[in-house]
Design a protein around this ligand. Structure first.
Ligand SMILES: [Cu+2]
Length: 174
């Protein structure tokens, strides 16, 4: 490869900040109600590269704070906590952000979100760098197994009668 060709190739890569290794699949955002003060986004993050990567941050002007969250079980209460270290996206794998699990959290929405709206989000990866995505608000989406279907939790107390048994301490669910 000539030097010129090399430079041209590098320039082409530079023009694609998404670093072709990372692909965002099937992203959607939701709010619990039209009056919600917060919302969340879910997606599959596919890493087709040879090296592990990590989603370390997300930014959006749709909310005052954007955090990477997960849910943890605290008794019968699902608690959302920030994941400071972000989400690992292993090489050759897809890491799912899904209901009841990892998600991008919009805290303090700057505008109301309705079905069909779009939210511009910048995802920041440790290796792939910044990636801009436009995420549709989808309030009709239900996970196959229902509202709590994304949770991969062990329930050994056997008293999960229904959604009412589980509460979010933030006063919203998604
Ligand atoms: Cu959250």
């Amino acid at each position: 490869m000539t030097r010129f060709a090399f430079v041209a190739a590098a320039a082409a890569l530079f023009a694609l900040p998404a670093a072709a290794d990372i692909t965002i699949n099937d992203a959607y955002a939701r709010v619990a109600s039209p009056m919600a003060q917060s919302g969340a986004a879910f997606m599959g993050i596919q890493n087709s590269g040879a090296e592990d990567d990590r989603l370390v941050a997300a930014r959006s002007d749709v909310a005052q704070r954007v955090e990477l969250h997960t849910h943890i079980a605290d008794g019968d209460v699902m608690r959302m906590v920030e994941v400071e270290e972000g989400f690992e996206v292993p090489a050759g794998d897809t890491h799912m952000l899904e209901r009841g699990g990892h998600h991008v959290m919009f805290m303090g929405l700057n505008r109301k979100l309705a079905h069909g709206d779009e939210v511009a989000v910048t995802l920041v990866f440790e290796n792939a760098g910044e990636m801009d995505v436009v995420i549709p608000v989808d309030l009709e989406r239900n996970d196959v197994t229902g509202e709590m279907g994304g949770m991969k939790m062990e329930h050994d107390h056997g008293n999960m009668g229904g959604d009412g048994d589980m509460k979010m301490d933030h006063g919203h669910k998604h």
